[in-house]
Design a protein around this ligand. Structure first.
Ligand code: SAM
Length: 237
């Protein structure tokens, strides 16, 4: 069944994004009586179409759903070349993150012009919305923005803050040390060239815990997906 994120004004009035209204009427060609799922403010509803011109949808009943991770997980991902950031933003959404921030560090090759940042962020947010719909989530993760590693805003930090550090690769027993299922988590992944010693030392001083992500050196996008998979397993097992 098709699922859409929308604003619930009341049980008889639901406001869709224009592109979703277009999808319902002209892509899926839905008719009066057809049923869809709508997520509004973190609640899932079974709904039906009352009219198509204009589109009017009403709620039938709430549907119980507990697909979200029990703590907030934040991914800090250093910008990487090509469409790998698109891939990571999409997979991180499927894997349950609540917030994503993109990071520019000493060795990030990708540099966004100030004038392009808003458009880039809007594009990533669209990827996250579509991935949330596809993975039947109850929330769309929030893209906090693009930040310099040396100026991380307080909202990127959690109760536990980990940084994947490939020089600790062999310390697999120390992976995600002090993990606690009831504490919010931030995981930071570096760019193709990794973090410099200075960057790692500064991150540790800010309370980041260095962690191995296994004995092999992973591409940045693989490391992000691996880290979020392990965190999801540790939270949901
Ligand atoms: N400079 C590294 C090298 O030796 O080629 C490559 C960095 S890797 C492509 C990009 C990021 O993925 C790293 O900054 C780190 O955050 C993470 N990463 C990759 N493999 C890892 C591992 N085995 N343990 C911890 N972090 C890892």
């Amino acid at each position: 069944m098709q699922r859409y994120f929308a604003k619930l004004i009341d049980s008889e009035h639901i406001k869709f994004e224009p592109e979703d209204e277009h999808h319902i009427l002209h892509v899926m060609r839905m008719k009066v009586g057809d049923e869809i799922e709508v997520v509004a403010d973190g609640t899932l509803y079974l709904c039906a179409i009352k009219s198509t011109n204009p589109l009017c949808v009403y709620t039938i009943h709430e549907i119980a759903s507990d697909v979200e991770l029990n703590v907030d997980v934040t991914l800090l991902f250093a910008l990487t070349k090509g469409d790998r950031t698109d891939l990571v933003v999409q997979k991180a959404t499927e894997l349950g993150v609540k917030k994503i921030a993109l990071i520019q560090s000493e060795r990030t090759v990708v540099r966004y012009e100030e004038k392009d940042i808003a458009k880039k962020c809007a594009r990533y947010q669209k990827i996250m919305k579509e991935a949330s719909e596809q993975s039947h989530r109850l929330v769309v993760p929030e893209l906090l923005g693009i930040f310099n590693l040396k100026k991380l805003p307080h909202e990127v930090f959690s109760d536990l803050n980990y940084v994947g550090y490939e020089k600790d690769a062999n310390d697999v027993n120390g992976m995600f040390a002090n993990f606690d299922k009831n504490k919010s988590i931030t995981i930071l992944i570096g760019p193709e060239g990794g973090f410099s010693e200075e960057e790692i030392n500064a991150l540790v001083k800010q309370g980041f815990i260095r962690t191995s992500l296994g004995k092999r050196i992973l591409r940045a996008e693989t490391a992000a997906i691996y880290a979020l998979s392990v965190i999801g397993y540790l939270l949901e097992r």
